[in-house]
Design a binder for this molecule. Structure first.
Ligand SMILES: CC(C)(COP(=O)(O)OP(=O)(O)OC[C@H]1O[C@@H](n2cnc3c(N)ncnc32)[C@H](O)[C@@H]1OP(=O)(O)O)[C@@H](O)C(=O)NCCC(=O)NCCS
Length: 176
């Protein structure tokens, strides 16, 4: 990974044009909606990865909830109540094609996992749910995320697959 990567919240005056993640929907989201969702509608917060002031990637998070029945671990399910469980949702993650494969995606994800631990300690959080695009399922799987087959939001295989990483696994991963 480039040594001087800074991960910080999106700022109002950040230039949001010019990011090219190899996925037009992600680029359009970052350019047109990330700021509005954060500063006007307060729906989500976007964190950016910047090198020498230039943005090379972003992760958008929002608090969310998960039904107990969707939790993939039977052991964990047994210990949890029936009402919706607090999670941190990783709604979008993108790295510019010119910087992919350098560890920026992993660094952004690590930051998101740190936020989940903060949420656990301040508000409650049983894990992170990532909305994985088909090309990123292996990326999340390699990091320990497990598919939530029961709660796929759309019917088409091209639509995002929700994937879950439990808070205890997150705590162990960050300690290592
Ligand atoms: C998926 C994405 C976010 C990964 O970011 P990145 O900065 O290229 O990934 P990193 O360099 O941090 O790679 C971390 C690890 O994941 C692996 N990896 C990266 N992209 C992968 C993919 N698409 N499938 C499987 N593994 C992948 C890397 O080989 C690396 O493994 P290692 O730690 O064993 O060496 C980025 O490639 C991207 O923006 N892709 C297009 C948009 C997209 O699919 N976004 C996800 C939306 S949910």
């Amino acid at each position: 990974m480039p040594s001087a990567v800074e991960i910080r919240p999106l700022a109002r005056d950040d230039d949001r044009s010019g990011l090219s993640c190899g996925d037009a929907e992600l680029d359009r989201f970052f350019e047109h909606y990330a700021g509005q969702n954060q500063f006007k509608l307060h729906l989500a917060v976007t964190y950016v990865a910047a090198v020498e002031g230039r943005i090379f990637g972003f992760a958008t998070v929002t608090p969310s909830s998960l039904e107990r029945a969707a939790v993939p671990s039977a052991r964990l399910r047994k210990r949890l109540p029936r009402y919706p469980l607090p999670v941190l949702r990783l709604a979008r993650l993108g790295v510019d094609v010119r910087a992919q494969g350098l560890g920026i995606g992993k660094a952004l994800l690590r930051h998101v996992l740190t936020l989940a631990i903060e949420q656990r300690d301040r508000l409650g959080c049983v894990g992170v749910v990532a909305d994985a695009k088909p090309g990123a399922v292996a990326f999340y799987g390699g990091l320990g995320f497990v598919a939530l087959e029961g709660v796929r939001e759309g019917l088409l295989i091209s639509e995002p697959l929700p994937m879950f990483l439990g808070i205890e696994t997150i705590a162990v991963a960050l300690a290592g």
